[in-house]
Design a protein around this ligand. Structure first.
Ligand code: ACO
Length: 381
């Protein structure tokens, strides 16, 4: 009998000490380096938040100006990388394009010596600066348009919008996009962050670390959930169908999962969902509340009585999809935009991992057979 106890999904098993972020799942509290995420979403910008996560403290005015300049300066991608993106199948998922491009990027900027702090910082800047350019280029090229060059007179969020649509966002749209980048930038030891730390623990280069985290983020139980939420709302079709839809699914499978609901850590409503809804109202005031958003609000209300007692409430992805959709972002770009934001958190954890590194090598509980006889192929049926 093994003495080691199995914790499926590593639930409640600490895998590292970290000072990057903190969640209190009962109090709906998420802090980046000690600062409540709602405050950052309302008052900070993505660039400042990224510095805070990476360096541990808010930047001085000069530090922020320099970091912002560095990011603007490194937004362009090599023309060969754009050629590579052109060759990717336009029907493929943009997350796969992003993962492949980031892995390829590492060939343009070899960064194999991860003991070099200056080199690591340059990789951090390049990765944060270039991810939006890659995502926007793949999107433009797959629809038959030219890629739109980044503009260095726009901030991170506005430039992303510009490269996607070749027009500037309204102030409310810029703000909500910036807030989405802040809200998704970091979230303690989630699956993709763990993936980044595992890959980082082998002393792999940062482009490999980030492409590995991007791969982990693609799954529908993680970053892919916001796409699935909209598919689910489409399938429901109308507000009046919500109650019968809920009843039908629960009858068929009492464990039926509502996409965008539930969280390993939060047992109350995700605080990011609450602040996102607040900021989204400014965007809806310019256009109108989208049907999917209205449906999501009603689904949350009806589901509360059923799932609330279990501590299953909306997470940030329950609302982020309908907000992105309302500003014109195609559905399959939701998760890539999540990656554009989360790269700040992944890199913060990577730097933290390197400070006190030991390669990850967990244990397993063996449940297979021993001493099995090898039967030669010609003796097998
Ligand atoms: N809808 C209905 N019930 C749910 C949901 C849901 N979305 N999520 C969990 N539950 C229920 C489970 O049926 C289970 O009930 P039980 O105790 O009666 O068996 C209980 O809550 C615990 O659920 P687990 O799946 O064990 O929780 P776990 O922590 O392993 O999973 C996860 C968390 C993956 C997020 C899960 O809630 C889920 O699949 N949600 C839907 C996908 C989703 O929204 N993912 C995005 C996560 S946030 C992010 O990545 C940004």
């Amino acid at each position: 009998m093994s003495q080691v106890e199995l914790h499926p999904g590593l639930a409640d098993v600490p895998v590292a000490e970290s000072a990057v972020s903190f969640i209190d799942g009962k109090r709906a509290r998420l802090e980046y380096r000690g600062i409540a995420v709602e405050i950052l979403a309302r008052e900070s910008c993505f660039e400042e938040t990224a510095w805070l996560l990476l360096r541990g403290d808010l930047p001085t005015q000069r530090e922020l100006a320099n970091f912002d300049d560095e990011l603007r300066h490194h937004r362009r991608i090599k023309y060969k990388l754009e050629d590579l993106i052109k060759c990717l199948p336009e029907t493929g998922h943009p997350m796969n394009a992003l993962q492949a491009s980031v892995a390829a990027m590492g060939m343009f900027y070899p960064a194999r010596d991860v003991s070099n702090a200056q080199g690591n910082w340059e990789s951090v800047v390049r990765l944060i600066a270039k991810l939006p350019t890659v995502v926007a280029a793949f999107h433009r090229l797959r629809t038959g348009d030219e890629a739109v060059a980044p503009r260095d007179d726009l901030d991170h969020a506005a430039n992303l919008y510009w490269m996607l649509f070749e027009r500037e966002p309204s102030p409310a749209v810029r703000k909500v996009l910036d807030a989405c980048l802040i809200l998704h930038a970091e979230h303690t030891m989630n699956a993709s962050t763990f993936s980044a730390r595992v890959t980082g623990s082998t002393l792999a280069d940062p482009y490999t670390v980030i492409s590995s985290a991007i791969g982990t983020l693609t799954g529908p139980l993680h970053g892919g959930a916001n796409e699935e939420v909209l598919d689910m709302l489409d399938q429901i079709g109308a507000i009046e169908n919500i109650r019968p839809w809920l009843e039908k699914n629960r009858e068929a499978d009492p464990k039926y999962k509502i996409m965008g609901f539930g969280h390993r850590v939060y047992k109350v409503k995700d605080p990011r969902a609450t602040v996102l809804q607040e900021l989204a109202e400014n965007v809806f005031a310019e256009s109108q509340r989208p049907k999917q958003y209205e449906m999501a609000v009603e689904l949350e209300r009806l589901a509360a009585t059923i799932y609330g007692p279990k501590g299953v409430y909306p997470n940030v992805d329950f609302y982020s999809g309908s907000v992105y959709q309302s500003v014109g972002i195609p559905r399959d770009l939701f998760t890539p935009i999540f990656a554009i934001s989360r790269v700040a958190g992944w890199l913060s954890h990577w730097l933290e991992q390197l400070k006190n590194n030991r390669i990850f090598r967990p244990e397993q509980i063996f449940v297979g057979r021993h001493d099995v006889t090898y039967v030669p192929l010609d003796k097998r049926p």
